[in-house]
Design a protein. Structure first.
Lengths: 518, 112
């Protein structure tokens, strides 16, 4: 990890040295949002020619256009930032959900991982993750700037550009010290942190804190940003439309693949390398290990559902884009439908409703709608949710009984499996009412059921690339890391509980932690 | 002197205490315990996996008594805790070799 950081610093120095005179950066934000940002804002907005004409005939109108442009950008910036703050709060939701679903003797350690992943992810992303992801993204029109993000390293094959990673924005220095770019950084960072915290769920209760820290830097600085660049940073998966006629390329509105699949697949790789908790399997048969604090877990899931409004609706990067209402409602409906279908499924299959699976169901529905939320109607959203709720129950059972992977909180099933369902669902249910212009394709986004099979193909490609790329790189990483410093705590410490050994504070020093089973 | 150890249902503790006070037995220790008896337990489901739960929550009472309090204490516990169903609990009576009051150093029956 140290070598990677060092190399990134070398790259930074090269990039900063080649300062370009093109886009203007404004760290104060004062000059961002001008009359030009009024052009194209609405259907009947003034055109650039209108403004040029008005300079002579209606000077006050031009001045007003300047203020209006600023306000438009400001609304969008405020919206994006507030939604980013909501997504940051999801860290608390993850912390509570994971700790509630695991055992009391490890609560301090589980909380510590969820707490530190926020910090480490942020730092790794600031050092080089953001640059790799968004360095070539070109800023955002809705935010009136960010053009200094204009460096994308691409391979030229078959006469097409395959964008691989960005090259501007290391340490947010130089020309990337700009108000718009900082706003984009915050918003992208909280999404990356959502990915980073997912494996702490599947690897809970037996992961050494030291190796977790190294993992945190690796996923935030390298793994997440690369795939995110390919989908959101102007990279090759988003260009499958322009380059190969596959719909709009791989589309993922808020991150079913970029965030949740990456996290879920990494969670799978990590759980496989780590191995199951002691006592989880007896002769290959799984044993239940109930969580210690269901109220905490449920509140955590509510916090996640709340934060998801920021996650999905915020991904419009524009408060002025009124599709945000549709996005928010679709998000809500899918989560609710999934919680309900998983409730019914567990009730019918095992005789009693299981609230922990319903909570997983809620999250699974939210994960599944994350990609298609902007592109589908409410009926589709409910259908996507209903399927997600059942899918998560089947998947939990599959990974436990068939794959014999121990996933204490269902992270692989909630995020990995339903993230995949989410991007495929977009390829099926996108109904053509939104998305014109995305990834350089003028028409709105349509899925298979609304006439565009090629979009579904693009989604399949994006999904498969995620699974292959993330699984291989994370599996190899964990295997190599395991050789350098053990991934797993010693057995005696695992039996006694990780708190005292790994993070030196017991979560519940006043309470005798009852142990009637392992 | 005898040590009376009783395992009762946790929700019966208040009733048992009331009956013990009525026979002038005010001193006792109360401990949370897990236990099982004749019944093998029941099955709980968690995320689709079944768990045999044969350790149920019980409350353990420890009461040190002089000879003349043995019978009344036992009767009081039974009166307070009995429901007639499985799981009411058990009472064990053991010999108590000695008893010491820490604050004064008194021993024997006076210290109980």
């Amino acid at each position: 990890m140290g070598i990677v950081t060092f190399l990134m610093m070398i790259v930074t120095m090269c990039v900063v040295g080649l300062a370009d005179s093109g886009p203007k950066s404004d760290p104060s934000g004062a000059s961002i949002g001008v009359a030009a940002d009024v052009v194209g804002a609405t259907e009947n907005a003034p055109t650039a020619d209108d403004l040029k004409l008005a300079e002579k005939t209606e000077p006050v109108a031009v001045k007003l256009a300047d203020v209006v442009g600023h306000n438009r950008v400001a609304i969008n910036m405020v919206w994006m930032l507030i939604c980013g703050f909501l997504v940051m709060f999801m860290q608390a939701g993850f912390a509570m959900a994971e700790t509630g679903f695991t055992r009391a003797k490890n609560a301090g350690h589980t909380m510590a991982m969820n707490f530190m992943v926020y910090v480490i992810g942020m730092l790794g992303f600031w050092v080089c993750g953001f640059a790799l992801q968004m360095g070539g993204s070109g800023g955002a029109a809705s935010l009136g700037g960010g053009g200094a993000l204009n460096g994308e390293f691409a391979l030229h094959l078959f006469g097409k550009d395959f964008g691989l990673f960005g090259t501007k924005g290391f340490f947010l220095s130089g020309m990337t010290y700009d108000a718009v770019i900082f706003g984009i950084f915050l918003f992208q960072m909280v999404f990356m942190d959502t990915t980073a915290t997912i494996p702490t769920g599947s690897m809970a209760e037996r992961w050494t804190f030291k190796s977790f820290i190294i993992y945190g830097f690796f996923i935030s600085a390298i793994v997440y940003p690369l795939y995110a660049n390919w989908v959101w940073g102007g990279g090759w998966l988003s260009a499958l439309g322009r380059n190969f006629g596959l719909g709009h390329g791989h589309i993922d509105f808020a991150g079913s693949s970029v965030v949740h699949m990456t996290g879920g697949v990494a969670a799978l790789a990590g759980a496989m390398v780590l191995g199951p908790r002691i006592g989880k399997f007896t002769n290959g048969k799984p044993n239940p290990m109930p969580g210690h604090h269901i109220p905490m877990a449920i509140v955590g899931c509510f916090i996640l559902a709340f934060g998801w409004f920021g996650f999905n609706a915020g991904s419009s990067l524009a408060g002025g884009d009124l599709r945000i209402a549709v996005i928010a409602v679709n998000t809500m409906l899918a989560g609710g439908a999934a919680a309900f279908s998983s409730l019914l499924y567990m009730w019918m299959r095992y005789g009693k409703p299981d609230i922990s699976m319903s909570a997983n169901g809620l999250l699974a529905g939210l994960v599944a709608i994350t990609a298609p939320c902007a592109f589908v109607n409410s009926v589709s959203a409910v259908i996507i949710g209903l399927i997600a709720g059942i899918l998560v129950c089947l998947s939990v059972s599959f990974f436990e009984r068939v794959m014999k992977v121990d996933d204490p909180v269902g992270a692989i099933s909630v995020h990995g499996v339903n993230g995949a369902w989410g991007v495929l669902a977009l390829g099926l249910f996108a109904d053509g009412t939104y998305g014109g212009g995305l990834n350089g394709i003028a028409a709105p986004v349509r899925g298979l059921f609304y006439g565009d099979a090629s979009q579904f193909a693009a989604q399949c490609i994006g999904m498969l690339v995620n699974i292959v790329f993330v699984f291989i790189i994370m599996y190899v990483f964990f295997k190599v890391l395991n050789k350098i410093t053990p991934l797993r705590v010693p057995a005696e410490q695992e039996i006694q509980g990780l708190d005292q050994f790994e993070v030196s504070v017991s979560a519940y020093p006043d309470f005798p932690v009852r142990v009637t089973y392992m | 002197m005898k040590m009376i150890v009783a395992y009762i249902k946790p929700n019966k503790l208040d009733d048992v205490k009331k009956e013990l006070y009525a026979v002038q037995v005010f001193k006792m220790s109360v401990i949370n315990a897990l236990g099982c008896g004749r019944q093998q337990g029941h099955t709980e489901m968690y995320r689709g996996l079944a768990r045999e739960v044969n350790l149920l929550m019980k409350t353990r009472l420890e009461i040190a008594v002089n000879e003349d309090f043995v019978k009344p204490t036992i009767m009081a516990i039974i009166k307070g805790a009995q429901t007639g169903n499985i799981g009411d609990g058990k009472i064990f009576v053991t010999e108590l070799a000695d008893c010491v009051r820490i604050s004064t150093g008194e021993t024997g029956g006076e210290a109980i």
